[in-house]
Design a protein around this ligand. Structure first.
Ligand code: ADP
Ligand code: MG
Ligand code: ZN
Length: 482
């Protein structure tokens, strides 16, 4: 039996959230009435001329920079010719030779194992309009008519193409997640798969383990979640192995992922790049990006997810918490500031990724909208490690702070949660409990440790849960030795 290896390369489209479209001043604003954000340029009326959008170019450069690419000095715009009803010009302005960014890489981790995925290129494109096929099928086949909305036509689109360096569906998913995090960290797109502002095409082939040659690939489109992408790739690998092992062959084709059935179905056979009749757009000059511009892009690079993760771990968050904090936007910053104010990293990480995340989800709000601050977290952590609050009481105080009841000390007092720190007061309770339970005390004295839990529980109950259980236990031990 042949042992097979999967070879995967991903193409990702990201819609940029710029103020205006790629080559005209129409607003990039989804949810408008159809065909209201349009003009002669994006409707391709005769004589209209495109003007590149600086903000979009910078967005692309910042993605390329974050993916460790070389930012090219001179870049060219091409026309990619094809007919489609939602493409008014009958060509898309894209890039071919001399894209804006080339030769980068991105490291992805799966189960603690890191793989470097080469980035072939990051280039500029423009989006098409949107077709809605009206009819029972919802697809073009069997549709009664098709509605066209050109509001999206000409929205800046970035394409990120990887080398065929990915070897498993899990790695593909991890790559997708990391790219999504990066794009969001850069603030250039909301990168939502469900809404199509981030879209993946997965190219998949298989080859015998040890072989250096690439097999024939199929390209799976239509995946609208990272989970679907992972499933589609896994399905495609199995399908290709079955085809090859039963003596068949794989054709270069696009396939569509059917989420409900969990299978890929054949689409069209793929065009060759020659079919697109690429040529340089005569309406656009070559784009020269000088050193100063590239320098500015690099200077503006924010702290990227990988660096944040490493930083949170270094501060004391465990692996899972560091991932969660990285993904949770503002929470990561709050964590860092709270630790800077002296809070215990582990405790704060647990609160933020547990109670706080749950609260924000439940209330459908952002942490910035709550009264939780780095210093209130630090005070709360201090009260907990200092023995003023039990772990359980601390969570209750946290809930009060989130709900806007005041600072941790006020909440703890108002909710009557402060632990009794007066040793004499606790000792009196301990004495009372021991007096009520002489047999338990006797057993302890004889060296049977079992009753200790029971006795601590009795004291906790007598103090309304406000004694420090460790202190209670120490006191009982001391009494046993008297
Ligand atoms: P196209 O636009 O025709 O899909 P591109 O060159 O833009 O071509 O993208 C090809 C993608 O497919 C890249 O991500 C590349 O890594 C990947 N790829 C190319 N050959 C193979 C192969 N044999 N198996 C898997 N992936 C491949
Ligand atoms: Mg492709
Ligand atoms: Zn326009």
């Amino acid at each position: 039996m042949t042992e097979w290896e999967a070879v995967i390369g991903l193409e990702t489209h990201v819609e940029l959230q710029t103020k205006s479209k790629m080559f005209c001043g129409c607003p990039v604003d989804f949810g408008d009435e159809p065909n209201t954000a349009v003009c002669p340029v994006c409707l391709a009326l005769p004589g209209a001329l495109p003007v590149p959008n600086r903000e979009a170019i910078e967005g692309i450069l910042s993605i390329g920079d974050a993916l460790n690419c070389t930012l090219t000095e001179d870049s060219l715009f091409y026309r990619k010719n094809y007919f489609y009803p939602d493409l008014p010009k009958n060509y898309q302005i894209s890039q071919y030779t001399f894209p804006l960014c080339v030769d980068g890489h991105l490291d992805v981790d799966v189960d603690g194992e890191s793989t470097t995925v080469g980035i072939t290129r990051v280039h500029m494109e423009e989006d098409t309009g949107k077709s809605t096929h009206v009819g029972e099928s919802g697809r073009i086949h069997g549709a009664e008519h098709t509605l066209l909305d050109f509001n999206r036509a000409g929205v800046p689109l970035v394409e990120v193409v990887t080398e065929p360096d990915i070897r498993s569906p899990e790695q593909a998913r991890a790559y997708g997640m990391e790219l999504q995090r990066i794009v969001r960290a850069l603030g250039v797109s909301d990168a939502r798969l469900e809404e199509g502002s981030m879209r993946f095409d997965a190219n998949i082939s298989i080859r015998p383990v040890g072989s250096e040659e690439l097999g024939t690939r199929s390209e799976v489109k239509n995946v609208n979640s990272l989970r679907s992408m992972q499933r589609a790739i896994a399905y495609e690998i199995t399908r290709q192995i079955e085809v090859l092992e039963s003596g068949g062959s794989i054709h270069l084709e696009t396939r569509h992922w059917d989420e409900a059935k969990g299978v890929t179905k054949p689409g069209r056979t793929k065009e060759d790049s020659a079919d697109y009749r690429y040529f340089q757009d005569p309406d656009l000059l070559p784009l020269h990006i000088d050193d100063a511009w590239r320098e500015r892009v690099r200077d503006r690079r924010p702290k990227l997810p990988a660096a944040k993760r490493a930083r949170y771990r270094e501060l004391g968050a465990d692996e899972r918490a560091a991932d969660l904090l990285t993904d949770a936007g503002d929470l990561g910053g709050l964590f860092e500031s709270a630790v800077a104010e002296g809070a215990d990293a582990r405790t704060v990480a647990i609160w933020l990724t547990g109670e706080v995340v749950a609260y924000l989800r439940r209330e459908e709000t952002e942490v910035g909208e709550t009264s939780l601050t780095a210093s209130s977290l630090a005070r709360l952590a201090e009260m907990t490690t200092g023995g003023d609050l039990s772990a359980t009481a601390a969570k209750e105080v946290l809930a009060g702070v989130l709900a806007g009841e005041g600072n941790p000390r006020d909440v703890a007092e108002a909710r009557d949660l402060l632990q009794i720190s007066d040793v004499n007061a606790i000792e009196a309770e301990v004495d009372a409990v021991l007096e009520q339970h002489p047999q338990a005390l006797e057993k302890l004295r004889e060296g049977d440790p079992k009753p200790i839990g029971f006795l601590v529980g009795q004291v906790m109950r007598a103090t309304g849960g406000k004694a420090d259980p460790r202190m209670v236990q120490d006191l009982i031990r001391k009494k046993t030795q008297e």
